[in-house]
Design a protein around this ligand. Structure first.
Ligand code: CP3
Length: 386
């Protein structure tokens, strides 16, 4: 067994006070030195892939490419298999999850798959009454705003998300040496949906709670960190080669507020999975001023949106971390020449970086031409092949 997936994952007994989940967690412990475990087998199979090498800041045969939100929305084959099945329901069907996750890998020749799910899936799994409304996003029936509401956020056990383990088993059997990226929403972004009750431009209820009752806010984020850490463990133990923590909306905060009110919870999530040694990616939108702190929270790879060039992002993040990004997803609506010019700009800025993973600066927009994505993967591979 090579690399950093070492030792035995910490017993969740120490971290999981919930008696009910103890025995289950014990059976989910990774014996990382054993290629019998899904995590160990996947570590072996994907270790030398360009994506994993770039995460470790090693030399690569070409710059690896994947796209946030590559699975879904923009693909006709996705719309076809999803027909008649609600979003959250499809996340719970291993056959559908497997098919949808594989679709962009087949079509675009990307260097990694991202598990098809949504950031609110673990919240649904512990019984929060929420739905994903088409064209809107997650909507929470009864928002969480009081101390009494906190009790609704119980611990997550592997059985709550058994379909994730099943789907990942099916997926990794198909993926061979292509890494599978697991993911979760970060505590701030999850809290924003829970407190607002749905998508929000200004996060006013969220900020009202954060500033008005700092202790309740800290307890809420700590709860979400526990749940998120547990959810990522399930994914790693089922065979995710890397994980991304999406703090999509945290760019709404100043660095001082981020450090005080968010960073401890995000750091707790990263700490919970540190001993597995799988690369941990951290990303948010409009987070130019937060990049250094987001790296400090415990990421191995920091994702940047298109507002900060990747060389400047690397300077802000500091040494020892790879950078992911950052073509503006709207550029894909322009001419082929313009896409190539803007891609060249990203690649030029990435030239001196220790580790670079090419991605968009945010998710694929729903009406993107899928062929533009296929061409982009080919172009980045061509331009960076050594
Ligand atoms: O390819 C992939 O990246 C994997 C799939 C994925 C989805 N959601 C599927 C999805 C991922 C990684 C997510 C993460 C997610 N979900 C984030 C973080 C990433 C980001 O974009 O910043 C956030 C903030 C959410 C919350 C959410 N879920 C939103 C804002 C929406 C969009 C609403 C819409 O319809 O445009 C969703 C729904 C959602 N999640 C869809 C998909 C494919 C669309 C649902 C549908 O097709 O009916």
């Amino acid at each position: 067994m090579r690399g950093r997936l070492r030792g035995t994952a910490p017993s969740c007994r120490e971290r999981h006070p919930s008696e009910g989940s103890r025995s289950t967690w014990e059976t989910f412990r990774v014996s990382a030195n054993s290629s019998q475990s899904p995590a160990g087998r996947r570590h072996e199979a994907t270790y030398d892939s360009p994506f994993m090498k770039a995460c470790r800041r090693e030399a690569v045969p070409h710059t690896p490419v994947w796209f946030m939100r590559q699975a879904g929305r923009s693909l006709p084959e996705y719309l076809k298999v999803r027909e008649g099945t609600a979003m959250l329901e499809s996340c719970m069907r291993p056959d559908l999850v497997t098919e949808i996750t594989l679709q962009p890998v087949r079509r675009h020749n990307v260097d990694a798959a991202i598990y098809f799910s949504d950031i609110v899936v673990p919240l649904k799994a512990i019984g929060i009454d929420l739905d994903i409304k088409p064209g809107v996003g997650p909507v929470v029936e009864n928002p969480i705003r009081t101390r009494a509401d906190l009790a609704r956020l119980r611990d997550l056990t592997p059985e709550d998300v058994h379909y994730v383990t099943e789907a990942m088993g099916m997926l990794t059997a198909e993926l061979g040496s292509t890494p599978l990226i697991g993911f979760a929403g970060a505590p701030f972004t999850l809290a924003s949906y829970l407190v607002e009750g749905g998508p929000s431009r200004n996060h006013e209820h969220t900020k009202a709670l954060m500033y008005g009752d700092p202790q309740l806010w800290a307890d809420l984020l700590d709860r979400l960190a526990e749940i998120t850490g547990a959810f990522l463990k399930v994914q790693i133990e089922a065979g995710a080669s890397a994980v991304q923590l999406f703090d999509s909306w945290v760019g709404a905060l100043s660095p001082a507020d981020y450090r005080r009110s968010v960073m401890p919870a995000s750091a707790k999530v990263f700490d919970a999975i540190a001993s597995y040694g799988v690369p941990r990616i951290h990303f948010g939108v409009g987070t130019g001023e937060l990049l250094g702190l987001m790296g400090e929270a415990g990421a191995d790879v920091v994702g940047a949106d298109w507002r900060v060039p990747v060389d400047e992002a690397a300077r802000r993040v500091g040494p020892g971390k790879a950078i992911q990004g950052n073509l503006d997803p709207a550029v894909l609506f322009s001419t082929r020449e313009a896409v190539e010019t803007k891609t060249d700009e990203v690649l030029a800025a990435a030239k001196g970086l220790e580790g670079h993973i090419f991605n968009l600066g945010h998710g694929v927009l729903p009406t993107t031409d899928p062929d533009a994505l296929t061409r982009l993967v080919e172009y980045v591979h061509e331009r960076t092949t050594v």
